[in-house]
Design a protein around this ligand. Structure first.
Ligand SMILES: [Zn+2]
Length: 257
């Protein structure tokens, strides 16, 4: 957390409030984030995203790259009150962007150009043939394969479970054992689940909040995640929980084979 839909939600909400606006000041509260260097007077040209990584292109050509990791959140604040666990405050003419992050794993870097990612973004049209090639001979569970940021950028624990439920594929199966037709189902399910989750501004089952401190709504649409013991909305079998690579994984034994 946050995964692709949550970061994409932030990008869409950030654009109308910061693109074309000047950074008036930078205040670093957490010494771990020191060294970002002067940002005053730079204007935000664009806000982009690849996977879970967000990049603001500035008017001096450099990029401010955010990785929110576990508990990083960005908030737009128009009043005086700074939210708890603030690590960084960027002041714009009409308000402030605050990075709030209780666990302090989020990173913010200033770079000339962000390092290119070898993996397609989860919102790109995924090529089933390319997924099948990348999985060939691999014995790791398909769920872990999907969560590997070198395979597809942006999918984490929640959406991997949801994508495999929609595709009708058990998360426990070795990635190398899936057919071309099954990869096609996964590619289609990925687009569907991620786009629906963005429409809902992400999943707030724990403490995810968007730029305006509102909860997302995709938790009301989850098929399996966090629903252990409840009935599958498709086939009425009870949802099971397994642990794969140390992560809770939820699936339906009826419609996922
Ligand atoms: Zn089912």
């Amino acid at each position: 957390m946050p995964e692709l839909p949550e970061v994409e939600t932030l990008c869409r909400q950030l654009r109308p409030v910061i693109v074309g606006r000047e950074i008036l000041s930078l205040r670093v509260i957490d010494a771990k984030l020191e060294g970002l260097g002067p940002l005053e007077g730079r204007t935000v040209r664009s806000v982009g995203r690849h996977g879970k990584r967000m990049a603001w292109v500035l008017s001096d050509g450099r990029c401010l790259v955010f990785q929110l990791r576990m508990t990083g959140r960005l908030f737009w604040i128009e009043g005086e009150r700074i939210p708890p666990h603030a690590r960084l405050v960027l002041t714009f003419p009409a308000g402030r962007i605050v990075l709030s992050d209780p666990r302090r794993f989020a990173t913010v870097e200033l770079c000339v150009t962000p390092a290119p990612s070898p993996a397609p973004d989860g919102l790109d049209a995924l090529d089933p043939a390319r997924l099948a090639d990348a999985a060939r001979g691999r014995r790791l569970p398909v769920k872990s394969f999907l969560m590997d940021q070198k395979t597809v950028a942006g999918i984490g624990n929640i959406y991997a479970s949801e994508i495999l439920h929609r595709a009708g594929i058990s998360p426990l199966r070795p990635a190398g054992g899936l057919s071309r037709a099954e990869w096609k189902k996964i590619a289609a399910a990925t687009a569907h689940v991620l786009e629906e989750a963005i429409e809902s501004r992400g999943t707030s089952i724990s403490d995810w909040m968007d730029l305006h401190a509102d909860r997302g709504e995709y938790q009301h649409h989850l098929g399996v995640y966090g629903r252990q013991g409840e009935r599958c909305k498709t086939c009425r079998r009870r949802i099971l929980r397994a642990v794969i690579a140390g992560r809770s994984t939820f699936y339906c034994p009826g419609c996922q084979t």
